[in-house]
Ligand binder design. Structure first.
Ligand SMILES: Cc1cc2nc3c(=O)[nH]c(=O)nc-3n(C[C@H](O)[C@H](O)[C@H](O)COP(=O)(O)O)c2cc1C
Length: 398
């Protein structure tokens, strides 16, 4: 069970939509929040809030089967919304979780008609906030307008990266009074083939499913950062998509999110893994020089480039640690990753052929121990000229 007293570094509590959350991890709507038991488990593991499985007018009937893995750290699923009756959510699931001290966000989907039937009921049942989710952007705004006019609790809008303009929709939601935003929902439609059976692995009507987990993180990162950069005052933004570790959560926070949704990590590693992620987050923030989540929020935004940059890299190779033990483990990843065969390693010597190297930076990124690092070299007159030519060409063809 998560114990705040065991935190060894920074404060990980956050203020979100008027509530103080014990951690920035928000257990996203999904199979782990199927009912009160799952929501209470998530809270005990350290989640600051939990989002119910999406409540709709009718309980879902799911195809079999409806969840599979993509690589080691991502999922594909065609699971629908909540498979229990909405009355059960009002009478049992929400009140039981609230009574246990959980901050409950009721997920309501997917149409205006359903919002009209459900939002007041979940508020009466004790939900602290509502998260609206819809298939299209056009449906979300009428749902939001109705909900804002009929409930007093904060309303979050969940955005989808599958929409043509999630950033524009984010701004529109805020103009229509949304108290918070969640970006983004699962990516798709996507497909996985079971090669032993030569058919789609998932049994949805078209065989397609929705992708979640690490594979979608860079897409969600970009959208979260773009929302944050376009809404300087926004603090009630929580990211969703591939938060698999405390470091991933910090990445999102630096890019502008205050909270970090967790779903796939809890499914693949067990929900109790979130507890470790809380302690890791506290330690890691402190190591990086931050005292709190509020402190790290938006830290990377001033550092986004204003233009393309051309230079060389100054590589640094440190084969041994200060105590004489090996820092480079001779794994060869830097050598293998070089598309141009520019890098050679004969431990403890490392060389790079400056004529072959294109300074892509991958060799540094794949080094598992930090033995190989690089800084951008100061720009020479030649670099500046290349930068100018590149810009000129790009502008002439766009
Ligand atoms: C099996 C499964 C079911 C999901 N069901 C819902 C749902 O009912 N409503 C919803 O808004 N999001 C649902 N999601 C999306 C998650 O809330 C979350 O936005 C997404 O999984 C990305 O986060 P992650 O990479 O941490 O999993 C579901 C995700 C999974 C994996």
């Amino acid at each position: 069970m998560f114990d705040k007293e065991k935190l060894e570094g920074a404060d990980i509590g956050i203020d979100f939509c008027g509530y103080h959350l014990q951690s920035p991890y928000i257990l996203s709507s999904g199979p782990l929040t199927y009912g009160s038991e799952g929501m209470i488990r998530g809270y005990k593991a350290g989640c600051g809030a939990v989002v119910t499985k999406t409540i709709r007018k009718e309980a879902a009937i799911n195809p079999v089967h409806h969840m599979g893995t993509v690589n080691q750290d991502s999922l594909i699923n065609c699971e629908k919304w909540a498979d229990s009756d909405r009355q059960q959510w009002y009478d049992k699931e929400i009140p039981e979780a609230v009574k246990a001290g959980v901050i409950v966000i009721a997920s309501v989907g997917h149409t205006l008609g359903e919002a009209k039937e459900i939002v007041e009921e979940v508020e009466k049942a004790g939900a602290h906030m509502i998260e609206l989710v819809s298939y299209t952007e056009d449906t979300l705004i009428p749902m939001l307008d109705y909900t804002k006019a009929h409930v007093k609790i904060p309303v979050i809008c969940k955005l989808s990266g599958n929409w043509p303009d999630p950033v524009g929709t984010a701004k529109l939601c805020l103009e229509h009074g949304a108290d918070g935003l969640c970006a983004i929902d699962s990516i798709g439609p996507t497909l996985k083939i079971d090669i032993k059976k030569a058919r789609p692995e998932l049994m949805s009507g078209d065989g397609y499913g929705w992708m979640t987990g690490a594979a979608m993180r860079p897409i969600s990162m970009r959208i979260n950062s773009e929302i944050a950069r376009n809404t300087p005052e926004l603090r009630n933004l929580y990211a969703s998509g591939g938060v698999m570790s405390a470091d991933n959560a910090i990445e999102y926070m630096m890019a502008g999110a205050m909270g970090a949704g967790v779903c796939t990590v809890g499914i693949l590693k067990g929900v109790n893994y979130i507890e470790k992620m809380c302690y890791d987050l506290s330690k890691r923030l402190k190591e990086l020089g931050y005292d709190s989540v509020a402190d790290v929020n938006r830290a990377a935004l001033p550092n986004f480039p204003k233009k393309e940059y051309v230079s060389k890299l100054d590589f640094h190779f440190q084969p041994f640690k200060e105590d004489g033990k090996k820092l480079c483990v001779s794994c060869g990843k830097c050598v293998n990753a070089c598309c141009y065969e520019a890098r050679k390693l004969a431990f403890p010597e490392m060389t790079v052929d400056q004529d072959k190297c294109r300074y892509c930076g991958l060799c540094v990124d794949v080094c598992p121990t930090g033995a190989l690092t690089a800084d951008r070299a100061p720009q020479t007159a030649e670099d500046l000229e290349l930068e100018r030519m590149s810009k000129e060409f790009y502008e002439s063809v766009k």
